[in-house]
Design a protein. Structure first.
Length: 182
């Protein structure tokens, strides 16, 4: 069976200051079927190369958005990327089927604890509710939404939890199959 080709769109405005995303990226970047695009490095002026990005999407089977949770969403460049790249006629609309059947996975780190993402918690909404715009964007683009990988409690994380999360992220991508991950 062919290994799925994975496109990892990494959005962190200060990767050198990152504790969590830097480690997560290091855990998977060397996998032979993973292509990493560091969006802030590629587009410091936010001038996204739409054609290049669309071509990259066409060449991969699983699209990952990896980023810290910023204001219950992504850092700004990933929004700009969506606004520019997911064009009508390409990603959605009557003839926009370029992404149909591709898998989509959110890989997110959150400062707050899991228990805060709850109707009676400090953040009031579950993470599933917070991520609804991403899920529906994937849906409108006919992509197959995957259960997101969330690392909670980033403000106070211990080394063992981070190591374990990195390891399981690597194993997830190493063993990824398009057939069984529905
Ligand atoms: C501008 C900004 C907004 C943030 N918003 C949230 C948020 O909405 N929810 C949350 O749990 N953490 C939030 N955080 C905390 C980050 O998610 C956390 O510091 C990050 O995931 C740690 O990853 P890193 O070490 O790769 O930077 C925010 C941090 C910043 C700087």
């Amino acid at each position: 069976m062919n290994m799925p080709k994975i496109l990892l769109l990494f959005a962190h405005p200060h990767p050198r200051k990152s504790k969590l995303n830097k480690r997560l990226l290091q855990a998977v970047a060397d996998l032979e079927n993973v292509t990493v695009k560091q969006l802030y490095e590629l587009y410091p002026d936010f001038q996204i190369d739409v054609e290049k990005e669309q071509q990259a999407l066409l060449e991969h089977d699983l699209i990952i958005f990896q980023h810290p949770l910023y204001w219950y969403s992504s850092p700004a460049i990933l929004k700009e990327w969506q606004d520019c790249v997911l064009e009508h006629g390409f990603a959605y609309g009557e003839t926009g089927t370029a992404l149909a059947g591709k898998h989509f996975l959110s890989v997110i780190t959150a400062g707050s604890e899991r228990t805060s993402y709850d109707p009676i918690g400090r953040n009031q909404f579950t993470m599933e509710q917070m991520l609804a715009p991403f899920e529906q964007t994937a849906g409108l683009c006919h992509m197959v939404w995957q259960p997101p990988r969330i690392l909670y409690g980033g403000f106070n994380i211990d080394k063992e939890t981070l190591d374990q999360h990195c390891q399981s992220y690597r194993e997830h991508l190493q063993n990824y199959t398009l057939e069984t991950e529905q």
